[in-house]
Ligand binder design. Structure first.
Ligand code: ADP
Length: 228
């Protein structure tokens, strides 16, 4: 599903954040990305949905080669990748319903189809009754559940999560993890950067550890492995 070969990312200010990474992630896998702050985890993840473009190497996500993809194909590529952020990134002036619907509107879905699917995913995260609320009327845990609904509304093949529990208390973190596990169980590939030791050591999955822009560990059912 995701393949990197000798991928390099050098930012325009001269910082090299990813140094020659090669890795394969199969459809349906669940991968944690761990490592110290500044190691390159966010950059690694941003390359996968083309928020950043690699400077060199080969990077394939599904059928798309992200270094060669035409601009016109980027929206189609993004359709197969859902993204969840630490700080939710919901649009403050749109209701819950509108936030989730927007992800379907931008790819030209029909109004009736949008309504059916949005209500379905809001129900899935248990927040259909909040569809008319605005993000600032919701708790952090609820906002993250909405952002998960938004990320899966177009049925992506891959869900990318950058510290999805980073702003949440343990109880809400486990609620979010339960949703991510369920999404994975339905066949979606998960790539999740995290500093949450308890989650990584409890819900066992593949662990890729990045330090100084390189993969220094890649284990099936690995541990978190850091002291912080
Ligand atoms: P992590 O997610 O592991 O904390 P990042 O991928 O955010 O690591 O950062 C890796 C390195 O790249 C750091 O040295 C960081 O300062 C640098 N970096 C991140 N984003 C940018 C950017 N937009 N421009 C320049 N340097 C950046």
């Amino acid at each position: 599903m995701i393949e990197m070969r000798n991928v390099i990312k050098k930012y325009s200010n001269g910082t090299t954040a990813i140094r020659n990474i090669s890795v394969k992630i199969d459809q349906g896998e669940f991968v944690y990305v761990v490592g110290p702050s500044g190691a390159g985890k966010s950059t690694f993840i941003k390359l996968m949905y083309r928020e950043e473009v690699a400077t060199g190497g080969i990077l394939k996500v599904g059928k798309y080669d992200l270094l060669k993809i035409k601009n016109a194909d980027v929206p189609y590529m993004r359709r197969q990748v859902g993204v969840v952020f630490q700080d939710y990134k919901l649009l403050p002036n749109k209701t819950v319903y509108e936030n989730v619907a927007y992800a379907m509107e931008v790819i030209g879905r029909k109004k009736r189809e949008i309504k059916k699917r949005v209500l379905e995913v809001l129900d899935l995260v248990g927040l259909k009754h909040k569809m008319r609320s605005f993000p600032n009327e919701l708790s952090g845990g609820e906002q993250q559940r909405i952002s998960i609904a938004r990320a899966i509304v177009n049925s992506p093949k891959v869900l990318i999560a950058d510290e999805p529990t980073g702003n949440l208390d343990p109880e809400n973190s486990w609620v979010i993890m339960d949703f991510i596990e369920r999404i994975n169980a339905s066949g979606t590939t998960i790539v999740m950067a995290t500093h949450n030791r308890e989650i990584v050591d409890t819900n066992k999955h593949r662990v890729i550890s990045i330090e100084n822009g390189r993969i220094v560990r890649d284990e099936e059912e690995g541990d978190y492995g850091y002291d912080d």
